[in-house]
Design a protein around this ligand. Sequence first.
Ligand code: G6P
Length: 477
Amino acid sequence: MTDRILIASNRGPIRFVEEEGEIVPRRSPGGLVTALTGLLQDRDGLWVAAAMTDADRSRAAASPDGRMEVAVDDAKYQLRLLAFDPEVYDRAYNTVSNRLLWFLHHYLWDVPRWPRFGGQSRISWDAYRSVNRTFAEALAEEAQDRTSTVLVQDYHLSLVPAQLRALSSGLRIAYFHHIPFAGPGYLRLVPTWMREELMDGLLQADLLGFQCERWADDFLFSARMLPDARVDVEGRTVSWRGRTARIGVYPIAIDPEQMREDAARPEVARCRRAVERWRGDRKLIVRVDRAELSKNVLRGFLAYEDLLLRSPEWRGRVSFLAHLNPSRTALEEYRVYTEQCVETAERINRELGSDEWEPIRVQMGDDFNEVLAAYALYDVLLVNPVFDGMNLVVKEGGLLNERGGAVVLSRNTGAIDELGDHVIAVDPLDIYATADALRTALEMPSDERGRRARALRATVAGRSPADWVEEQLADVE
Ligand code: G6P
């Protein structure tokens, strides 16, 4: 008999919202949710997630242990929402996951000043440990009478594999790290006690998955710092405290069919007309990001300015549409960064624009129809993160673009491994070279652009979220 599947992630596959006095479920977007909930339905599975909104918490309080049946779209499965003390959860989610770990794995620290590991960091780390423990306890409880395979998702739950192993030693545990993994030099900045707990937390999984070889290697090199760990970089295993964890590479994919269906909606056609009016007969550069420090929005704008300054013949002949989706606004770093991006765009418009021409438009919000319209219409897509585990914008855009558009892609994304032959690769901190790459993209002969765009589309369409899940299951089971 096949194992029961349990999935754990901080953000769940649905969130609840209050509408006209009623609490109703809303499905989280993305092909990954479809693939994972499909698997849960097939394997009598259950998803454990944090109750993140007030509506989540009241819905969780209304069912025993937060456990409920979910039937959204085609999938039917069980969900268990864990409600936490708000202060403890805030420390675990905002202070540790989103500030400490996110910044660590994306190399975002201002090292001369931040971070500082004082008394408060210890309290926050305790909170992170206790939230992870609640997840582990819920999973152990659900697994009780059945052989189960547990799929733990992402850095919010780095300690769950070890905590769960301690509670229930016979489970099969796979952990997937959706973001980059800090290399050993950077990880050494984390105090030894915290670094070892973090690495031990992960290493009690049977299988640790990463988006690309570079992040897997960085993990393996980082594991070498552990006293007495036996690390086989070539064979991708780490033996530590009596167990051997295997390290695998599983690039995440988008759902091509679903994306094409979404793009065919009439609302998207309306948004397209608006973009076409704004663009006129100019070329269109597009970027789409969460307003997020790792996405390198600011340097992207500065590179575009550099292009306009060094190649004045492009002034008035190109426009830049930047979709920014506000994110993690509880963190001051994000608010300040987003403001700087907007101010920089405004300054460029003031200094270089005219009554007839707006060089950059920043579209703030999360209207996916507008994003889908922009994907179809770009001549150049700029994706230049400082670091990015995979980056799905380049896959979504590459699939849906209809103009044989060129893509400028950061060498520090996971996606470059699959798509590198079809894009113009850039080093994300090199503004001058990024400006040159934008010009190369704008001036690329149409047959070459078309050839690259077709190859990009075929590569993206050749993989699905189901492949991503099945490969991991095959390896762990
Ligand atoms: C990005 C990352 C994911 C991560 C998520 C958390 O999408 O790629 O790996 O889980 O952020 O975002 P949240 O909004 O839940 O903080």
